[in-house]
Each structure stands twice: as C-alpha cells, then as structure tokens.
Design a protein around this ligand. Sequence first.
Ligand code: PHE
Length: 448
Amino acid sequence: MDNNRSTFGSKFGAVMALAGSAVGLGNIWKFPYITGENGGGAFLLVYLIFIAMVGIPLMLTEFALGRRGGKNVSGTFKKLAPGTKWHYFGVSSVVCCFIILSYYGTIAGWTVEYVQLFIKNSFHGLDAVQIQSTFNDFVSSPVKPVLWQVGFIFLTGAIIIGGVEKGIERYSKILMPFLFFLVVIMSIKACTLDGAKKGLEFLFTPDFSKLGARSVLIALGHSFFSLSAGLGILLTYGSYLDKKTDLVRTAIQVGSADTIIAILAGLTIFPAVFAFGMQPNAGPGLIFLTLPNIFGQMSFGAFWGFLFFILVSFAALTSTISLMEMLVAFVIEELHMNRVKATILTVITISIVGVLSTLSFGPLGGYSLFDKSIFDIMDFVSSSVLLPIGGLYMCFFAAWVLKKKDLKDELTNGGTRQFRLFGVYIFLLKYILPLAILIIMLDGLGVF
Ligand code: PHE
C-alpha cells in the first residue's frame, strides 16, 4: 500500500462509513415493501440466509481484494495481476456506479422535497387522490426535482472533497448514529399505535404460501444491493482499512447493522400501515404515497413525517457518498488528478447525466427504448447487467486467480487472526456465489 494513501482513522469510523454505504433507500424504501409482498416472515428468513451465505462473503472478498491491492477498483487489479487485462473489469464497475449514482440522485432528491413538504405541513387534510397528484405533479415538473437532485449531488461532493477521514468518516460518524436513533424512535412510535400488532404479525409471521421462486430471487438480489456488494465500493473502502482491521468481524458488523436497520424500518412502516387501515403491498409508492396518508391522520403527523424523511435522506446521503468516493478514487489514481479536481469533475458529469434520469419522469417521459424510460434503462443496465458482472469477476478473481495463500493471509491479517470458517468461505466463493450471481443476472435479463 502507498505510504501516503489515506485510511480510515478509527475502527468505529470505518464501520460507520461502511454501514453508511450499505444502509440506504434499499433498507428503508425497498426492504419493507418487498417483504410485504413476498410473505413477511418467510421472506425475512430467506433474506437472512442470503445475507449470511452470499452477501457477507462477497463483502469479505471485496475487502480482501481492496486492502491487498490498496487502490481503486481498477488500480487494485493492476497491482494484483500486473500485465493482465483484469483492470478493464474494474472500469465496468466504475461505469456501473456512475449510472447508479446518476439515478439514485433522482430519488434522493425526492426525499428532500418530502422533508420540505412536511415542514410546510403540505399533506394536511389531503386525501389519497390528492396526495397522489401532489407526488405526480412534483416528479413530472421540469425544475424542482432537478434542483433537488443536483443539490444532493453537490452536497455529496462537498463531503467527498474533504477526503476519507475528514470527509467520509467524519460525516458518517455523525449521520449514522443519528439515523439509528431516528429509526429506533420511529419504530417505537409506530409499534405503540393502536392496531400496530397486525403489522408485527405481518412482518414476522411466515407465510410460506406467498414465498415463490420469484420471492427467493428477489431476496437474493436484494441481499447484494442492500450491502452495496458487487460494485467495487466495498473494495474501494477496503483499500482504506488499515492492516490491523479484522476484516471478517467488520463484514459481520456491517452486515448485521444493515439488516437491523432494515428490520427497524419494517417495524416503523408496517405497524403504522395496519394501524391506519392501509394496504402493505403498495410497492414502490409505499413511502411516497402511503406514508403521507398515514402521517396526515396521525397526531403531530407533520413532525413524524418530517423526521421520517430526514431519516430517508440521510440514508440516501451516506450511500451517494460511497458511490461517489469509488468514482473519485478511480479518477484520482487512474486519471492522475488531485481530489478537488476529481470531485468537481465527477459532480458535474453525474449532475448532467442525472438530470436526464430526473426529467424522464416529466419532460423526457416520451423518450424510451424497449418500452423503458431513461430512468428504467439506467436501472436495468446497472443493476441487471453490470452489477452481476462486477460480482462475478471479483469472485472469479479471488477464487481462481489470487493465490489461496494470499487470500487467507489477507483475511487473517498475516495469520494473526483466526478465520475458522475459511474452508466454508472458499467453497461459497468458488461455487455458491458465482452460481447465485449468475441466477440473478439471468433473472434480471428476463430469462426465467
Ligand atoms: N446499499 C444501498 C441501499 O441499501 C444501495 C446502494 C447500492 C448504495 C449500491 C450504493 C451502491 O440502499
């Protein structure tokens, strides 16, 4: 590792930064509704198995590669496999994160609009139809969503420009504990509402009749997405972990934090949904349409709504930070720029591409390819094509190209830590992970 390369300043800070990447819209927006649609507790069970058997091992693999290579996602392969073409795969991960960040900013921007709507108490007295039209008018308007999205990306850039320890770590150490505090408070509030019990039953009672093959695939795909695995982000952050950090323990801590926050988000949303007689399976509209309805009927609803969307926007922010850092690390090291210039370049290009995604809900709505809007295409290309490719090449590299001895050396800090399950890990890495990723990919491409 370069002597002057930055690392996280503390273990706590590193875990907060990593958990910040993992905890995002996937936990608070997606996890609750896919759990609701796919059999509650039964789905949760399958999801937990995938987190442990697929998500965490992949995270561990990225950590090991990143720390061993000590560079960005492309540079790491140049270092670990000099003179080969492996580093081109790294570039595909960079493209993938670039696309994800561009459209993630769109939704992140919406969450900020909602913070502001609750401050103004704008949902007060609106019925479901009016809430729906408030949402539709906002997302399709040509100016406001763009301003929020670009603002969000600029804010992310302002944090990244500070560097690994003084930017990312510093803000993660503030944002993550606060986020945790908020979700705990909100889940207590939700679980003590009259009629909350039905929501708990819904979340935890396994209904295996609703758990089809589809649900299993959704759980598998989400276990990657939720941990931000397969993208080279964890690899980049791994390169900032110092040699003494216990990688196995860190991966378990981050995986657990991510899962606990997802469950707490479920404990916030479902009890409230049932207490107010709403439907739990509203899909993606759950937080933007169903929840404002609920807050509208709750005492001090505007306050709770405000807190909830602060929570969601913080979660989104720590994720956009990690997406941008992986890009900026690449630009700094491969295009030889300093951090300030690299960040400015990234912020500007992401904003421009992101605007296309944001406007695809309004003025650019007419442009589509294979019946998909610009936003949907970006989502499809990144999550269904590039992300699985990323997961596959990293697994393949770690399992078959890197020497097993070196991998073990990295995972045990040169033999100073125990990793009793190393054999199991290698088995998962060689056979189970690639198979799982391949299945996700074929599914994403519509093969099943
Ligand atoms: N893990 C984040 C979430 O759960 C999503 C994410 C994916 C963030 C990829 C960064 C990169 O929402």
